[in-house]
Design a protein around this ligand. Structure first.
Ligand code: KIV
Ligand code: ZN
Length: 409
């Protein structure tokens, strides 16, 4: 038996807040439709008070995207909450997400209010949101740098006022896994009736720990994870949806939890997002980076070609990629080179492969990217219909047809 985890996607809110990631209404709608296909449980569609465009985008998503829950962010203020509700009211499953900072540094320097005022504001705003909507999430912003007794007092007030989800944000990506797990356990021990609400986690990646922290929190009792496609988000980003989901799936032996994510939609979602915001995930990004299923080193290529399990812990198909990529470069071996020649229609004899391999390693030492055209130019002369060598960056090489080449073996 595995325990369900709610996937709360905030690509269109926290993700969109990141530099260079803003999207206009039509783009947000396209992404929301894709998140629906991906199977997320909650789409945080925006922060309606922040701009007219965001208000309209939340409203359009709330009207059109019917299966997932649609959330809108609001500060703990009357005008934010009522505007969030205006944007959400046509959604079949709306959620108002209210946040208020609880760390002293935020209270003193950003909000300029006392702890007592914050406590009251938390209670009032959750109660107001609940008077409008049955589903209310409360986030004590900067929870991980807050005084734990005060944090407990504010969370207790939010639960008492009717919050249905309590989210514990690691706003500045400061916590570490064991500490974060301990915080979740402490809240579960100290807050009366917390079991009536869902505990959620929201981790930023300033120390590269957002996913690790999220997983640690799940093990401590959190049942909702807030995350974004490609891990986009403020500064170093948010926990990456694809990493959380695939960690739970691949390591289900250690993490007996399940999500409703259709994992084959992970790479299509990542690609659509990249197209909309104009930049891709870094090449070495787990799961969705262009190198995530690419193999260049000869030993690895040999292993993967014999059995992908040698160097892959999940199949590319399981995340929506057609196949792994064998990249030919200076670290590659004969095995991969021979395989590629075969795919190009030239299954080489051992002697021909050895000859081509010598030329290949020489070329790969000088050239970063090796294209098929380069490989064809390295073929022994008797396999080419013209004997003069072609330029290494490609050229008009006439090749014998596959059957003829095969006959030479
Ligand atoms: O990082 C954060 O604290 C947030 C809250 C608004 C949930 O994004
Ligand atoms: Zn955040």
């Amino acid at each position: 038996m595995t325990t369900p985890i709610t996937i709360f996607d905030t690509t269109l809110r926290d993700g969109e807040q990141a530099p260079g990631c803003s999207m206009h209404l039509e783009e947000k709608l396209r992404m929301a439709r894709q998140l629906d296909r991906l199977g997320v449980d909650v789409i945080e569609a925006g922060f309606p008070i922040s701009s007219k465009g965001d208000f309209e985008a939340v409203r359009a998503i709330a009207r059109e995207v019917r299966r997932p829950r649609i959330a809108a962010l609001a500060r703990a203020k009357r005008e934010d909450i009522s505007l969030a509700w205006d944007a959400l009211r046509e959604a079949p499953h709306p959620r108002i997400h209210v946040f208020l900072a609880t760390s002293d540094i935020h209270l003193e320097h950003k909000l300029r209010i006392s702890r007592a005022q914050a406590l009251e504001q938390a209670w009032d705003s959750v109660a107001l949101a609940r008077s409008l909507c049955d589903d209310v999430e409360f986030s004590p912003e900067d929870a991980t740098r807050s005084d734990v007794d005060f944090l407990c007092a504010v969370v207790q007030a939010a639960v008492d006022a009717g919050a249905t989800t309590i989210n514990i944000p690691d706003t500045v990506g400061y916590t570490v896994p064991a500490e974060y797990a301990q915080l979740i356990s402490t809240l579960r021990e100290r807050i009366a009736n917390l079991e009536a609400a869902t505990i959620s986690v929201h981790c930023h990646n300033d120390l590269g720990l957002a996913v690790a922290n999220s997983l640690a929190a799940i093990e401590a009792g959190a049942r909702q994870v807030e995350c974004t496609v490609n891990g986009i988000g403020e500064r170093a980003g948010n926990a990456a949806l694809e990493e959380v989901v695939m960690a739970l799936r691949v390591r289900n032996d250690r993490l007996p939890y399940r999500t409703g994510i259709n994992t084959e939609q992970i790479c299509p979602s990542s690609k659509l997002l990249s197209e909309l915001i104009g930049f891709a995930a870094q090449p070495n990004k787990a799961i969705v980076g262009s190198n995530a299923f690419a193999h260049e080193a000869g030993i690895h290529q040999h292993g993967v070609l014999s059995n992908p399990l040698c160097y892959e812990i999940m199949t590319p198909e399981s995340v929506g990629l057609p196949a792994n990529r064998i990249v030919l470069g200076k670290h590659s071996g004969r095995h991969a080179l021979g395989r590629r020649y075969g795919e190009l229609g030239f299954p080489l004899s051992r002697a021909d492969l050895n000859a081509a391999y010598l030329k290949f390693t020489d070329l790969a030492d000088r050239k970063k990217n090796i294209y098929d055209q380069d490989l064809l130019s390295l073929l022994p002369a008797h396999l080419r219909s013209v004997s003069q060598p072609a330029p290494v960056d490609g050229g008009d090489i006439k090749l014998r047809p596959k059957t003829a080449a095969a006959g030479i073996r």
